[in-house]
Design a binder for this molecule. Structure first.
Ligand code: PLP
Length: 397
């Protein structure tokens, strides 16, 4: 049954749960099902011990302390807690925040919400390679700036922002630094001490863990970050995030991060090779452009724009063979070009004819070769026969 589905190359959207992660989670559904807040009996203690172990594992992966981890429902919630929580807690110090135009909507939208409440937000542009210009960041800092939020790895083009440099700059100005590390956690080395990160959002489902669980790292010393909770209730997670902790999900998050960290070096090398293999084959075509910095990027993420083809027809032609995402977001009925590719300076048409290949743990070299062949054949056919003949291709395949 699996074989009839297209090859999955959309690992920036989500990843399957690794069987080893699933196995670690299973006992916590119906056997060790207790509430980690039930301190009066063994069922609660079992759950509490598992959560404590997970907290230690996650903290160790980023060089934090266990008390600095707040479990959430994912990176969207972690970003909301970090951004709105800091804005509310530091109101008297200032009302200015800085972020970047290419951030995920889970950062951009909380910032826009704060603007509607009277906060000022600077949305920094990026350079053509997708990286921010540090001198522009420095110039944007003001005496009333309370937070800088810059993502670790971009979810569309995979570029890695210079976290250490940003952290050093922010610390020297006593401005808090938050990073959305949803795409980066356990895939690249992350060290909240060395990189001077004060808040970091994480999620499990981009790294072979379950959907619906994540965490926020919140620095507790030098400096101690104040946060206003965004959910009020039973005061779990030191009152920063109320709600009964999902033990199986939390165990899954920690197991996923632990596995990916232990395999990080060899897996990065393997994914980089597969990415280069795909890119080299696609370069047989004329008018293919790499989006984002060539080396400062996630090992498994390749985003390309292809000139002289219609984006929608290209996607339609690829659909039966490979599951990828395009450079346009079909949020409403009408697809609009990606805000990330537009920020790189692409025309709407070139932005629309873009493909994000998200290569992951379970992809093989032969899959990459099949995908490359299909892309080349589809592009050549579309260019030869004019636009929007993808239906013919589908009928033929
Ligand atoms: C996937 C993603 C998110 C959202 O994470 P969820 O856990 O799905 O809420 C936020 N930021 C980035 C960069 C992402 O890639």
């Amino acid at each position: 049954m699996l074989d009839h589905r297209p090859i999955y190359l959309d690992c920036q959207a989500t990843t399957p749960v690794d069987e080893r992660v699933l196995a670690a989670m299973l006992p916590y559904f119906s056997q060790h099902f207790g509430n980690s807040g039930s301190m009066g009996h063994a069922y609660g203690w079992e759950a509490e011990a598992a959560v404590k172990q997970a907290r230690c594992t996650l903290a160790a992966a980023i060089h934090a302390s266990p008390e600095e981890i707040v479990f959430t429902s994912g990176a969207t919630e972690a970003n909301n807690l970090a951004i709105k929580g800091v804005a509310e807690a530091y109101l008297e110090r200032g009302r200015h925040l800085i972020t970047v135009q290419t951030e995920h909507s889970a950062v951009l939208e909380p910032c826009r919400y704060l603007q509607s409440l009277g906060f000022e937000v600077t949305f920094l542009p990026v350079q053509p390679d997708g990286l921010i210009d540090l001198s522009q960041l420095e110039q944007a800092l003001r005496p009333d700036t309370i937070l800088v939020s810059v993502m670790a790895a971009n979810n569309e083009i995979g570029v890695l922002q210079p976290l250490s440099e940003i952290g050093t700059l922010c610390r020297s100005r006593q401005v808090l630094f938050h990073t959305d590390a949803a795409q980066a956690i356990a895939k690249i080395p992350l060290d909240v001490e060395a990189m001077k990160i004060d808040l970091m959002s994480m999620t499990a489902h981009k790294v072979y863990g379950p959907k619906g669980v994540g965490a926020l790292y919140v620095r507790r010393r030098k400096p101690r970050v104040k946060l206003a909770p965004q959910l009020h209730g039973g005061a779990q997670e030191k009152n920063l995030r109320s709600g009964t902790l999902s033990t199986p999900q939390i165990v899954g998050l920690a197991k996923a991060v632990e596995l990916a960290c232990s395999e990080q070096e060899s897996e990065s090398r393997r994914l980089t090779e597969l990415r280069q293999r795909l890119w080299q084959q696609l370069c047989q075509l004329d008018g293919v452009y790499l989006n984002g910095h060539p080396t400062q990027r996630l090992p498994g993420c390749l985003n390309v724009s292809i000139a002289e083809v219609d984006g929608a027809s290209l996607l339609l032609g690829l659909q039966p063979v490979v599951a990828v995402s395009s450079g346009s977001a079909c949020s409403a009925a009408k697809p609009s070009p990606s805000h990330v590719l537009t920020a790189l300076g692409h025309s709407p048409q070139l932005a629309a004819a873009s493909i994000r290949f998200g290569i992951g743990r379970f992809n093989t070299a032969s899959e990459i070769d099949r995908v490359a062949q299909q892309v080349i054949a589809t592009v050549q056919s579309l260019r030869h026969s004019g636009f929007s003949d993808a239906e013919l291709l589908i009928a033929a395949s």
